[in-house]
Design a protein around this ligand. Sequence first.
Ligand SMILES: [Zn+2]
Length: 74
Amino acid sequence: MYCELKIVIKYVGGVCMAKECCICGKKKISGNQVSHSHRVSKRTFGANLQKVQVEGAGKEYVCTKCLKTLKKAD
Ligand SMILES: [Zn+2]
């Protein structure tokens, strides 16, 4: 899903790393994938990142949790 929201985000500066939220810095975490027969293997959970237009900073990746918070602030 691609949503183009024009949101005014206070751009703190610095470089946003790949696959990381630009506001809270949320990134992937590791956990276990458990099959139905209970075989366990490692997997990663990525943050739910969406590309949004940031004023004065172009397009940045922001997690959906931060988007919801920003939407509420408006
Ligand atoms: Zn975030």
